[in-house]
Design a protein around this ligand. Structure first.
Ligand SMILES: NC(=O)C1=CN([C@@H]2O[C@H](COP(=O)(O)OP(=O)(O)OC[C@H]3O[C@@H](n4cnc5c(N)ncnc54)[C@H](O)[C@@H]3O)[C@@H](O)[C@H]2O)C=CC1
Ligand SMILES: O=C(CO)COP(=O)(O)O
Length: 431
């Protein structure tokens, strides 16, 4: 392991216990995590010191002496892994950022910047960098993963031999190709006994680097893990809220990428605020409908990881998904747009996965299907948008008033009368 502030600790000599993730071990380890978080002063640097400490301590009956720091690894040297690792390091956590490319690591040590993904932002002096996966992961309390969704399973397979009691937190907002697995599903597949969580919210990396106040959600069934992540990342600029709806939180982060592409495309057509509001709100309806079919709580979509992230990515050119949509709207092909972006845009794959799953399961997702038709079936965007506007009658919030037969009947009735008008006028093309 290499770092500007190299500690003398030789972690490469630690032995590797292969996948011995016994639940008791996890529990005692997490108790230790909280203890360390409480005693180390994590999150105290820039805000009221007692806030973090009392929140954590309240839930910990047994606070011991011997203060140490939370030891964290962040895997993935793109913009988000770097921004989050920087936040943790700044908070006083013992933090290592793993980047797969050795030369990039050398450059990061030398310049203390991530020249490719976050140019111009100096990273915290205490942040360590490594391209050695074993060394980065071993001996840590929590391993955060911020690689693209398509590389998530491979990354878990690679770290599996070095996981003995660490908890895993996914920062990834994607879906696996073809399997429709979410990151939590992949963690359960590859590391079945590990304690895990997912973190998601309106967290544009550049804004976080600029210290613009932001908030996120850590979702986990493990309360100690939730508290440890809150304690590790919380600062005067970054609030960490908690949830136990893992599926809902991660679906919010993944699905909103679809609609950021739609909104970027709509912006290219110079649509008005009413139109944007309609897209955003109907997107939320689709997200929560899809979420419920996947076992999520629809109310989760009202939180930061749902409407919060949807709003942020649908309104900002900092969002790579939004930019992809905008390029598409200006006539570029999907291949050319992805190439020009040169960064991760999870929505490109997510549209395909969700289109396929919703089609198979009969989940009503008109915006997703429309986008799929434009991007992958070469349909004209304006025609598809018009068709969306002509879709049948629906209830506004279907968890308040279900989409019932009266709506469906009215749709059918209107369709029949317009069909007969067409017949009378001899217009057969429009059917
Ligand atoms: N950038 C942002 O503002 C945010 C991104 N995210 C999510 O974080 C995840 C990562 O995205 P970014 O950091 O933005 O992407 P990025 O495009 O900035 O960087 C991706 C990084 O992953 C690395 N990578 C790619 N394949 C890999 C593999 N097989 N093994 C190891 N490393 C690999 C690349 O070398 C690069 O360092 C995505 O799921 C994204 O949706 C979540 C919140 C905010
Ligand atoms: O998820 C994000 C902000 O919350 C980042 O969105 P993009 O991946 O579209 O840049």
């Amino acid at each position: 392991m290499t770092s500007p502030n190299e500690s003398n600790k030789d972690i490469s000599s630690d032995n590797t216990e292969v996948n011995t993730n016994a639940p008791e071990k996890q529990n005692s380890l997490l108790a230790g995590i909280i203890e360390r978080a409480t005693k180390s002063g994590i999150g105290r640097k820039k805000l009221n010191p007692s806030a973090v400490e009392s929140a954590v301590a309240k839930n910990m009956a047994d606070i011991h002496s011997n203060p140490t720091k939370l030891r964290l690894a962040f895997l993935g040297g793109g913009s988000f892994g770097t921004a989050m690792a920087n936040l943790a390091a700044r908070n006083g956590c013992d933090t290592t950022l793993w980047v797969r490319n050795k030369r990039t690591v050398k450059a990061m040590i030398k310049t203390q910047t991530n020249k490719k993904y976050l140019p111009g932002y100096k990273l915290d002096d205490s942040l360590k960098y490594s391209h050695d996966l074993a060394a980065a992961v071993k001996d840590k309390d929590i391993v955060f993963i911020a690689v693209p969704g398509l590389a998530f399973r491979e990354t878990l397979k690679n770290i599996a031999p070095f996981i003995s009691g660490q908890s895993i937190v996914s920062l990834t907002k994607g879906m696996e190709k073809d399997t429709f697995a979410m990151m939590s599903d992949i963690i359960k597949d590859e590391l079945p006994e590990v304690n895990f969580g997912v973190m998601s919210g309106p967290n544009l990396a550049i804004e976080i680097m600029k210290n613009m106040p932001s908030a996120t959600v850590i979702a986990s069934e493990s309360e100690p893990l939730r508290h440890a992540v809150q304690a590790a990342l919380h600062s005067a600029f970054f609030r960490v809220f908690a949830s136990d709806d893992v599926k809902g939180v991660e679906l919010g982060g993944a699905l909103k990428n679809i609609y950021a592409i739609a909104m970027g495309m709509a912006a290219a057509y110079d649509v008005g605020e009413n139109t944007k509001a309609m897209i955003l709100t109907r997107a939320l309806a689709e997200m929560s409908r899809f979420g419920v079919e996947s076992g999520a709580n629809p109310l989760t979509f009202l939180g930061l990881s749902g409407v919060g992230d949807l709003y942020a990515t649908c309104s900002s050119e900092l969002s790579r998904n939004y930019r992809i949509g905008n390029m598409l709207g200006r006539g570029m092909s999907i291949e050319a747009a992805v190439k020009k972006l040169g960064q991760t845009a999870e929505g490109v794959n997510t549209i395909q996965q969700v289109h396929e799953k919703a089609t198979k399961q009969g989940i009503y997702m008109p915006i997703t299907h429309a986008l799929y038709a434009v991007i992958y079936e070469d349909k004209a965007a304006l025609g598809v948008a018009l068709h969306l506007m002509e879709a049948g009658f629906r209830s506004d919030v279907e968890f308040v008033m279900a989409h019932d037969h009266s709506n469906a009947a009215l749709t059918a009735q209107m369709k029949t009368s317009s069909d007969s008008t067409d017949d009378e006028s001899g217009d057969t093309d429009s059917k």
